[in-house]
Design a protein around this ligand. Structure first.
Ligand SMILES: NC(=O)C1=CN([C@@H]2O[C@H](COP(=O)(O)OP(=O)(O)OC[C@H]3O[C@@H](n4cnc5c(N)ncnc54)[C@H](O)[C@@H]3O)[C@@H](O)[C@H]2O)[C@@H](O)CC1
Ligand SMILES: Nc1ncnc2c1ncn2[C@@H]1O[C@H](COP(=O)(O)OP(=O)(O)O)[C@@H](O)[C@H]1O
Ligand SMILES: [K+]
Length: 526
């Protein structure tokens, strides 16, 4: 599990040490970690260490102190240090050490001469350490740092310099990952004491590069994390693997209300995905014509035009492709009412979100993309009557996912390059296992099917969640995170994009279904 905390949580754990006078010791530890990360970056890029130019960008706070001390330490390893001070004040001992190491220092102001001098230093740099703002910052970068950051990004994109963020890319909010304005983009980040929420959500995910956590010795005093990311070990433990004595009913029956005579595609994809994920049985409820099409692709699905009250299931999947069909929407309403009454978990996708019960529950998992979440929040007057736009959700995804979970009482899985899951109690997960090739029509229907299969298996495997501190209502958010991760991994496998960088090539939703078994096997094999 990769755990992440807010800046305030980390600073609170540090506070007793600072009060006891250990501030310098902590900062030196951070600087050593930063210096090691800078050397690793040079090595990875096959650039020689000796004579390499390291430039620390230093703001007024402790983040700047870390960067200055790191630059001074790197002078001892043969690098040529320099510093650009972007604020009126700088950490005095750090600055003194850069001077003592023979480093060039430029103080950036709003004039052409200092801007030119700073740009000359950057153009000569091999590695730039971004210590402008850390966890103590509020609001985005201001001038003159904002202009320097934009120029730095031009140099980074064209391969002139490598950027190492100190703690967090400056301009990214450590508590949310939001970027209120200009921000630094890093190739790597060395963070201290624990990952920050801002590394795993919003703009912060793409701005951080490779993340290294440098221990500070405060780890035992950290509270429960604010945000979590499941990794292979958790996925292996939580994926519904059949027991020796399993039979189809113990593995779980998934009731699916999806598609319509006019739009059967969503029903075909979502049932095929659930079947591929290894659910015990799929029971499809809907028009006979759609059932026939489903059986041509997925003969193992049991299709009928029955009502939800007539069948016994371990989980529901409702909503994909049902928008225009009143009879299907009626089935969705009935299934959701039964799910709330009986505690049966349900995936509520697409059209299902327009017929939510008044009182939701954590075991109902909504799966909106940013546009659908904006509509849901607008319908619920979340912004005091003002409409919430898709762009609002994209700019503040974690905030809006948590808001929707609180307002609806349901678990909310917000789809995107990073998928965020929020429970009504504020629990949150972040998974970024996808590939940009997954942004294709029908991809969401596949995710809904996989999630349905995972939810149907939860009842058989409660201990798996309890044993990892993910019991109670948190299990629904954790199960949603499992499904998002496997969906992303299947997408990477299908696209042949193992790192999720956008390498490989195009895929369509069916290819993701076909790659699912291999992705699950990889996870189970560790
Ligand atoms: N607290 C500690 O003991 C340790 C902290 N460490 C470092 O300290 C950092 C936190 O230090 P600080 O609390 O000094 O925070 P920052 O280094 O983020 O600096 C905050 C300072 O920047 C100014 N500021 C805030 N928002 C700004 C904005 N938008 N534009 C321009 N200036 C702005 C504030 O006036 C404040 O002086 C961490 O990120 C980490 O790098 C490390 O040295 C490890 C130990
Ligand atoms: N840029 C991206 N990078 C990675 N994954 C993405 C990206 N855009 C979308 N996805 C994933 O693809 C799926 C798209 O779902 P959705 O928008 O509901 O599509 P549809 O409604 O057509 O099925 C989601 O699982 C989402 O997380
Ligand atoms: K920084």
């Amino acid at each position: 599990m990769l755990n992440a905390w807010t800046g305030a949580q980390i600073r609170a754990a540090e506070a007793p040490r600072l009060d006891a006078g250990a501030g310098d010791a902590l900062m030196r530890r951070a600087a050593h970690g930063l210096a090691g990360a800078a050397l690793a970056l040079l090595d990875a890029r096959r650039r020689p260490r000796y004579g390499a130019r390291v430039v620390a960008l230093a703001g007024s706070g402790n983040n700047g102190g870390d960067a200055l001390w790191a630059a001074a330490l790197l002078a001892r390893r043969g690098l040529r240090p320099a510093a650009i001070l972007v604020a009126d004040r700088a950490h005095e001992p750090g600055l003194a050490d850069v001077h003592a190491a023979g480093g060039d220092v430029v103080r950036l102001a709003d004039d052409d001469a200092s801007t030119d001098a700073a740009r000359r230093l950057l153009a000569d740099a091999d590695v730039v350490i971004d210590g402008i703002l850390g966890t103590g910052a509020s609001g985005g970068l201001r001038e003159p740092a904002a202009g320097l950051a934009a120029h730095l990004e031009d140099l980074r994109r064209t391969g002139v310099v490598t950027v190492l963020a100190c703690d967090i890319a400056s301009g990214i909010d450590a508590d949310t990952g939001e970027a209120p304005g200009e921000h630094v983009t890093a190739d790597a980040t060395a963070t201290f004491g624990g990952a920050k929420v801002g590394h795993l959500a919003g703009a912060g995910e793409a701005a951080r590069g490779t993340l290294t956590v440098v221990p500070l010795g405060i780890e035992a005093d950290l509270p429960d994390p604010d945000l979590r990311r499941l990794q292979t070990a958790e996925l292996r433990a939580l994926w519904p693997t059949p027991a020796r004595s399993a039979q189809k009913y113990s593995r779980g029956v998934l009731g699916v209300v999806a598609g319509s005579a006019q739009y059967p595609g969503a029903a075909l994809l979502t049932t095929a995905a659930a079947a591929a994920a290894g659910v015990g049985m799929v029971r499809y409820l809907g028009p006979e014509a759609v059932g026939g099409l489903i059986n041509a692709r997925t003969p193992d699905a049991v299709c009928s035009a029955q009502q939800p009250g007539d069948v016994h299931v371990q989980a529901w999947l409702v909503g994909p492709g049902t928008n225009d069909d009143e009879a299907q929407l009626d089935r969705v309403r009935t299934a959701l009412a039964a799910a709330v009454r009986t505690g049966t978990p349900a995936v509520v996708d697409a059209g299902g979100m327009s017929v939510l019960p008044e009182q939701g529950a954590a075991h109902l998992v909504l799966t909106p993309h940013a546009g659908e979440l904006a509509r849901l929040l607008s319908d619920r007057h979340a912004a005091d009557g003002a409409a919430v736009e898709r762009s609002d959700v994209e700019a503040r995804p974690l905030h809006h996912a948590r808001l929707a979970a609180r307002i609806t009482g349901c678990t909310v899985l917000l789809k995107g390059a990073t998928t965020l899951v929020a429970g009504p109690d504020g629990t949150a997960f972040s998974q970024a296992d996808a590939t940009p090739w997954l942004s294709t029509a029908g991809s969401g229907d596949v995710l809904a099917g996989i999630l349905g299969a995972v939810l149907a298996g939860v009842a058989e495997h409660p201990r798996a969640f309890d044993d990892r501190g993910l019991g109670g209502d948190v299990r629904w958010a954790a199960a949603a995170a499992v499904a998002a991760s496997l969906h992303g991994r299947a997408g990477r496998t299908a696209a042949r994009d193992p790192e999720g960088t956008g390498a490989g090539g195009p895929i369509h939703a069916t290819a993701v279904i076909d790659a699912l078994a291999a992705a699950v096997r990889d996870v189970l094999a560790g």
